[in-house]
Design a protein around this ligand. Structure first.
Ligand code: E4P
Length: 227
């Protein structure tokens, strides 16, 4: 069981490393853009190298920026060579389903020894194919699954059972967390890893009743000093 941070922001990675609770970092082009990265693939590589160095030996997932199979392989190999702890994210297929990126996943893992995080998956069946193709990680987007009217818990629990039954080593990463409650629920359902935004992670800590209780302890400590 592990929590990863879904962020490309240096300060956030530093903060949660100091907490000692994260066991890896995941990014995607949308997150990196939101977190201030410019300059296309070159900018992404630079930010990834900074984060990878900060968190080593913990893993960082960096997504390729092309959907052309040959370029995905080339860029995947290049990204993986940037640091020992970089895993390469490959979407399960192209935007129109026109490229079946499962071949890319298989080639990177088996031919080029690159650890792949197969991503943008919305069902157990997609994850199973990626796992069979050899993906080290299979990323299921729980919030998006629920938004489509399916139940992420069902997908996770069936997938975990199948991976165990088939003796497949892929680790399930559940992402797209929408509510703090998703973290425990999805880990409990069988995800090996949940990747969370800085807001969700910070929100897991603070509880109004804890605040009140701590206030009481501090007030009474002060009163005690005056006794
Ligand atoms: C997971 O690896 C993804 O980066 C992320 O969790 C997707 O979340 P979203 O649905 O909020 O875009």
């Amino acid at each position: 069981m592990a929590i990863f941070l879904d962020s490309g922001k240096i300060e956030q990675v530093e903060k949660f490393l100091r907490w000692g609770v994260i066991r890896g970092v995941t990014t995607n082009p949308t997150i990196l853009l939101k977190d201030g990265v410019t300059g296309g693939a070159a900018g992404m590589k630079k930010r990834a190298q900074e984060i990878a160095a900060m968190i080593a030996p913990l893993p960082l997932s960096l997504e390729v920026t092309s959907n052309d199979p040959a370029q995905m392989i080339e860029q995947g190999r290049e990204f993986a060579s940037l640091a020992d702890n970089i895993n390469v994210k490959i979407t399960i297929h192209g935007p129109e389903g026109e490229t079946e990126n499962i071949e890319v996943i298989h080639a990177l893992e088996t031919k080029y020894d690159v650890r792949v995080n197969a991503t943008a998956m919305m069902s157990a069946q997609q994850c199973l194919l990626a796992a069979l193709a050899g993906a080290s990680y299979v990323s299921l987007f729980g919030g998006r699954v629920n938004n489509m009217g399916y139940d992420a818990v069902d997908e996770i629990s069936r997938l975990r059972e199948l991976l165990e039954l088939q003796g497949l080593d892929s680790q399930i990463i559940i992402g797209s967390v929408r509510e703090i409650n998703n973290v425990i629920t999805w880990l409990h359902a069988g995800a090996h890893i949940v990747t969370v935004t800085p807001d969700i992670l910070a929100g897991m800590l603070v509880h109004p009743y804890s605040k009140e209780t701590v206030r009481m302890f501090l007030d009474d400590a002060k009163k005690c000093e005056m006794c």
